[in-house]
Design a protein around this ligand. Sequence first.
Ligand code: HEM
Length: 79
Amino acid sequence: MTAGPGETPSFDRDIKNLFRGSDREAMLGAFDLWSYDDVSKHAAPILERLQDGTMPCDGAWPPANVAIFARWVAGGMPR
Ligand code: HEM
């Protein structure tokens, strides 16, 4: 299940699974993309890199996925 249009996405249900195992491994030196605490703490730079298309390094996310992440941030980053 994903969050409906009027609903705030949650980390466990909607955000964590957007990050591949290979994303997590590539970024472990900076933060753990499968950790709620790390992703919420680094949400601003993560969102910036998703929006400017420079992360992931092997190709930008589809705009719909970037929008889900942006909605999660705007909604207060529920776990
Ligand atoms: C959705 C997945 C990813 C997100 C959200 C992400 C996010 C970020 C962020 C926010 C930074 C800046 C970190 C800082 O300055 O402390 C960064 C840097 C970096 N990431 Fe990722 N990353 C992702 C996937 C990947 C992948 C798949 C690779 C390559 C295998 C990669 C390689 C790098 C490298 C080499 C840097 C340092 C150089 C730079 O800032 O461009 N990342 N990433």
